[in-house]
Design a protein around this ligand. Structure first.
Ligand code: GDP
Length: 432
């Protein structure tokens, strides 16, 4: 899915505009200084086309002045996104900070759509046209608050976003997209270096692939893989000097761009809150998942005992993910990574025929009916798998199902059909 980054000074209305684009008020909170927002990317859709919106507004690096801060945001935006939506306050006009951003955006060569916000009525529209001076093309007057002009703006955004691949890479025959994620120092770059080693693929040699400069093509097990946003793994200098938010932003977008994530954990350290947070992001994204416990050379019997407890406690929701133990530094067991990834992608793309699914559901209901609730017993009437990647099911029922019963269905689905390495989505449609 293509990525759109939203950039602009504070108070120009970025968050309001993002909410407007999403068509719901859900997500974006106003910028609160010093508060790190968890969500940085959002799934959006316009005219049937899906794209991801990244709000750079929450990134508050330790940069000195406002202009530098915004410039830093713009740099991230152009390094991560396919296109940038640059938001200017039309009632204020162009500021020095805006000029800085323009330089970065123009240098990047990536498409930019210019939104002139706070054009609440026709009268202010004239002010928007002053923004032609920025040299970024046509300014789109909008009122993020009232919705005025947002349709035209979104049309312009779609026009510059690359067409998303209609199917997964498998069907396209291109390299599978893998994201290596994990908190700092767990050994991500060591792993990537070991994997890539001397086998790094020269981009030009792969016919018909356009590769984002932040990605890396690596030959593994006789096939080419695309490791997404390896710049985020390799270029650690900036990350170290910047805000934690920067790392988080990169992680989120890498997950979005991947088909399968390899979560690297440090085997000798306790599973931390940050690990769980990344895990949560992977789950929400619906990507396939492999968990690699690295630094296994440092794991002794005692640590192993505690690790098993931690796995039970913290990884219970991803019990389905293949786990491998590796030592990235020496390369020990990293040959197990590709089979694990293959297994996860296979689960991710599994499709169950409607016939097989319903005969399974029939058996399940017969063996273990839903408990009676206030005199009624909800029944699963019919199910169908509506999509893969991840496997997504719709169940038509005669009433609402208990959360526990939904979990039971998922567990049985996994027992029956595998689904290793993939989340499963079950949408229940009660016919009341
Ligand atoms: P990243 O921040 O996740 O990319 O982590 P790095 O790859 O930079 O590794 C952080 C530190 O852990 C470095 O000092 C590595 O040499 C060390 N390291 C990485 N993998 C292993 C491993 O398998 N065993 C041991 N003992 N150290 C490792």
């Amino acid at each position: 899915v293509p990525v759109l980054a939203v950039v602009g000074r504070p108070n120009v209305g970025k968050s309001t505009l993002v909410n407007r684009i999403l068509g719901r008020r859900e997500a974006v909170v106003e910028d609160i200084p010093g508060v790190t927002r968890d969500r940085v990317s959002y799934d959006a859709e316009w005219n049937g086309r899906a794209f991801t919106v990244v709000d750079t507004g929450g990134w508050d690096p330790d940069a000195r002045g406002l202009a530098e801060r915004i410039a830093a945001q713009a740099e991230i935006a152009v390094s991560l996104a396919d296109a940038t939506l640059f938001v200017v306050d039309a009632t204020v006009g162009i500021t020095d900070a805006d000029e800085e951003v323009v330089k970065i955006l123009r240098k990047s060569g990536k498409p930019v759509v210019l939104a002139a916000n706070k054009v609440d009525d026709e009268r202010t529209e004239a002010e928007a046209y002053g923004l032609w001076n920025l040299g970024l093309g046509e300014p789109y007057p909008v009122s993020a608050l009232h919705g005025r002009g947002s349709g035209d703006l979104l049309d312009a955004v779609l026009a510059v976003l690359p067409e998303p691949p209609p199917v997964t890479e498998k069907e396209l025959g291109g390299p599978r997209r893998v994201a290596i994620v994990g908190r700092p120092n767990v050994g991500k770059s060591s792993l990537l270096n070991k994997l890539a080693g001397e086998e790094r693929v020269v981009v030009d040699n792969v016919a018909g692939t356009t590769v984002d400069p932040v990605d890396e093509l690596v030959e593994l097990g006789g096939r080419t893989w695309r490791f997404v946003d390896t710049a985020g793994i390799r270029k650690r200098v900036k990350e170290a000097s910047g805000h934690e938010y920067y790392a988080w932003l990169r992680t989120s977008t890498a997950i979005e761009r991947s088909e399968v994530c390899v979560l690297v954990l440090d085997g000798q350290e306790s599973i931390a809150e940050q690990d769980v947070r990344i895990l949560q992001a992977v789950r929400e994204s619906g990507r396939a998942l492999v968990i690699a416990f690295n630094k296994w050379d440092l794991v002794d019997e005692e640590r192993r005992y505690y690790l098993d407890r931690e796995i039970e406690r913290d990884l219970v929701q991803v019990q389905w993910a293949p786990r491998i133990n590796i030592t990235a530094r020496t390369g020990w067991h990293i040959d197990r990574l590709v089979p694990a990834i293959d297994k996860a992608l296979e689960g991710w793309e599994t499709r169950i025929s409607t016939g097989a699914l319903n005969s399974f559901l029939g058996r399940l209901v017969a063996e273990h009916p839903h408990p009676v609730r206030s005199g009624k017993q909800p029944k699963v009437l019919f199910g169908t798998q509506v999509s893969t990647a991840p496997p997504t099911f719709v169940l038509f029922t005669s009433g609402k199902l208990d959360a526990g019963y939904e979990r039971y269905i998922e567990r049985r689905l996994r027992e029956e059909f595998g689904f290793v390495g993939t989340p499963i989505v079950i949408n229940v449609k009660p016919r009341e």
